[in-house]
Design a protein around this ligand. Structure first.
Ligand code: SF4
Length: 324
């Protein structure tokens, strides 16, 4: 499979009143056509910022310091804004965490989808409305003909998320970025939304960048996974390799911290220490203050994200033969 998206050495800061936050440090991964790629990590590790950089939807205080993002071989970071406007929505679209805040409260939901279709495809009002109805039906919304006239506040969280997904698919994008798409809905609806994404991936031949802090969701949904820690990529591997034989100590610790049905009565493992401040991240390997395997070289050398097994990359000096 050829890469649809390639993020290479993406380095980005936020200029804040408290100083410069080094938010992404040489982030690299690729997403193949038709692949579901999961980005996983704790809150604040840089997953969402990475996705927003792909779409070039960064806040004004963001500074891209280096790296590249290509989409079907074309560099996105230097594209004129007009061209990015065409790419957003048509080629790449995004579903956000909280549909309640992403939908416009003053327009009926069908109208919002029809507006997206009309803006991108220049079709008339009636065919755009018919497309909205067809999309609502496809994402499993009952009675789509009357639903198009309803306002966001009249819908449940699960229905709102289905509306957001149908809006994201309205122009048949190649890449769907789903940022914690099930966080705002309850568990039964979560399973339905994930199942829907799985079906749509096949039907629309979509690539999906799925952002989540939930390892259970990536295990179920993703072909490959990138694990992020404090603005860096710790590990990238096929899902089964990552769960069977994680290479990076952070991934190993995350997996040990997962609750298991056969461990009743035993305390849950946790990762000691705190996620570091990106205003002053640890030197060398950013994970070193919390790593059970840290050695003299770890605070001095920054590990590279290298392939240590076939199609399995990790950034850890344990595998680089670096000594103190
Ligand atoms: Fe741990 Fe050192 Fe590897 Fe970082 S480089 S994960 S501190 S062993």
């Amino acid at each position: 499979m050829r890469p649809l998206v390639e993020v290479r050495d993406l380095t980005l800061d936020f200029e804040t009143e408290a100083g410069v936050a080094q938010v992404l440090d040489r982030v690299s991964f690729s997403i193949a056509e038709g692949e579901v790629f999961g980005l996983v990590g704790e809150t604040g590790c840089g997953k969402t910022v990475t996705a927003l950089t792909i779409l070039r939807l960064l806040p004004d205080n963001a500074r891209i310091r280096g790296g590249s993002i290509t989409f079907l071989g074309e560099e996105l970071l230097t594209k004129p804004e007009e061209e990015m406007n065409r790419i957003r929505g048509i080629r790449i679209s995004m579903v956000f965490q909280d549909p309640g805040t992403s939908l416009n409260p003053v327009y009926p939901v069908g109208e919002q989808i029809a507006q997206v279709v009309r803006a991108h495809e220049g079709i008339e009002r009636e065919p755009a409305k018919a497309r909205a109805i067809e999309l609502f039906r496809r994402v499993g919304l009952a009675d789509p003909e009357s639903l198009v006239r309803r306002y966001p506040h009249e819908l449940s969280g699960g229905m709102q998320q289905r509306v957001m997904i149908s809006m994201a698919l309205a122009c048949r994008p190649k890449l769907l970025i789903a940022d914690e798409p099930t966080t705002a809905v309850d568990v039964t609806i979560q399973a339905q939304i994930l199942e829907l994404l799985r079906e749509l991936r096949q039907e629309f031949r979509l690539s999906v960048l799925l952002i989540t802090h939930n390892l259970g969701i990536v295990a179920e949904m993703c072909d490959r996974i990138g694990v992020m820690y404090a603005g860096t990529v710790a590990e990238v591997a096929h899902t089964k390799d990552l769960f069977r034989e994680p290479l990076h100590p952070y991934t190993q610790a995350l997996l040990k911290a997962l609750p298991r049905a056969d461990a009743r009565g035993h305390p849950l493992a946790s990762i000691p220490g705190m996620v570091p401040s990106l205003l002053d991240p640890p030197s060398g390997c950013r994970f070193h203050p919390r790593c059970a395997f840290a050695f003299e070289a770890c605070p001095k050398h920054r590990p590279e994200l290298l392939e240590h097994r076939p199609a399995h990359r990790a950034s850890c000096l344990l595998y680089e033969k670096v000594s103190g």
